[in-house]
Structure formats: C-alpha cells, structure tokens
Design a protein around this ligand. Structure first.
Ligand SMILES: CC(C)(COP(=O)(O)OP(=O)(O)OC[C@H]1O[C@@H](n2cnc3c(N)ncnc32)[C@H](O)[C@@H]1OP(=O)(O)O)[C@@H](O)C(=O)NCCC(=O)NCCS
Length: 172
C-alpha cells in the first residue's frame, strides 16, 4: 500500500488488475479526451508502463481501491515533459458510475501531499484538455491554478500547478 485516505487505498497496480482496470478504460466516456478507449492488451500495456515507473522512479499511477475492496480507477504521479519543463503530473481516472462523489479529489489531494511531504517535489502539475471541466475542477480543488495553455502531444492543454508551501518540508 502506498497511501490511505478516508475512503480509499492507493496501491501499486499489478497484472491481476487487468479486468478491473479494463472496466474503467474501455468506457468511451472515461476516455473521451484520449485517442481511443482501451482494449485488454492496451490495458495490460498501461499496467506494465506503470510497473516500469515504480521501478524507475519509485512512483507512478497507483490503483485506487475502495476500502470495501473494489478497484475503481487510478491516480498517482507521472514524470512528464511539457515544453521545456520536466515536471511531475498528478493524473486520475475514475469508473464512470462513481463520478461526482469527490473520490478523484480525495485521491489527488493525497498524491499531492505525498509528492510534497514524502518525495520532496517543489511543484506538481496536472495536464488537462480545456474541455475537460470535471478534471479542471478536480485540479482547482487540489489547490492548483492555471499557469498556462500550451500544445502537449499536439493537443490544446491547460497546465495547472501547485507549489509546495514552506511549511510542507521534505521528510528524510
Ligand atoms: C475527472 C474525473 C477523474 C473526476 O472524478 P470524480 O471522482 O467525479 O471527481 P470529484 O467528484 O472529486 O470532483 C469532480 C468535480 O467536477 C465537477 N464537474 C463534473 N462534471 C462537470 C462539468 N461537466 N462541468 C463542470 N464541473 C463538473 C463536479 O461537480 C465536482 O466539483 P464540485 O465538487 O465542486 O461539485 C472523472 O470525471 C474521470 O475519470 N474522467 C475521465 C478521465 C479523465 O478525464 N481524467 C483526467 C485526465 S486530465
């Protein structure tokens, strides 16, 4: 387990999570701002990429599991290159039937605090399609502000960011 919040556990994803993650990523509404929704092999590659990230950086997108036991999405930290900036992004995806209950916000705030307090990052960002109003709102509730709009992976993209406050010191 990486993180615990009031309702959620965030833990590293494994290849055994393919069925549950496929439920999230095969939904065209969840994937409306991505080139396409995922099939089973694409979901497996998504998991493998995150397993590589855990090994390379010590973080990645983690599985979000309700304390009742069900895996409902992912949220975590990912290295990204945006224009000339290398930055750590907070990303999130939640199963559609559970939207609007504050779950993405709860997970994203925990990842923000982990990134600042445990990993010692000075700034965290989120990269969001301008039309993705729900995701922009989650970024705002995660204390982020819009710092610029740019083209990222050839798509118009809002760059949201939050800085570590002086009181959030890195723990050794
Ligand atoms: C973005 C996403 C993770 C949000 O998950 P969630 O658990 O529903 O998020 P929360 O409940 O914590 O917060 C959502 C907020 O967006 C608001 N919202 C939802 N749809 C909205 C819309 N169309 N316009 C404006 N606000 C909207 C909600 O009202 C809520 O804000 P509030 O608490 O002030 O009322 C979810 O919609 C999702 O998985 N989307 C598809 C994947 C995706 O786009 N991920 C982000 C990639 S950058």
């Amino acid at each position: 387990m990486v993180l615990e919040t009031q309702r959620l556990i965030l833990r590293e994803m494994t290849l055994q999570d393919n069925d549950d993650l496929l439920e999230v990523f095969s939904d065209p509404e969840v994937m409306q701002f991505y080139p396409r929704s995922f099939d089973r092999p694409m979901t497996q590659r998504w998991i493998e990429r995150n397993i590589q990230r855990y090994a390379q950086h010590g973080f990645g997108l983690w599985a979000i599991v309700l304390k009742s036991g069900k895996l409902i999405g992912d949220c975590g930290l990912v290295m990204q290159q945006v224009d000339d900036l290398e930055a750590v992004e907070i990303g999130y995806h939640i199963r559609r039937d559970l939207w609007g209950q504050g779950l993405a916000t709860e997970a994203a705030q925990a990842c923000r605090d982990y990134g600042f307090n445990q990993l010692g990052f000075d700034q965290l960002i989120s990269l969001i399609n301008p039309a993705n109003a729900a995701s922009r709102r989650v970024a705002e509730k995660n204390s982020m502000r819009l710092i610029k709009e740019t083209a990222w992976r050839e798509q118009p993209t809002c760059v949201y960011a939050v800085e570590r406050s002086p009181r959030q010191t890195k723990r050794a």
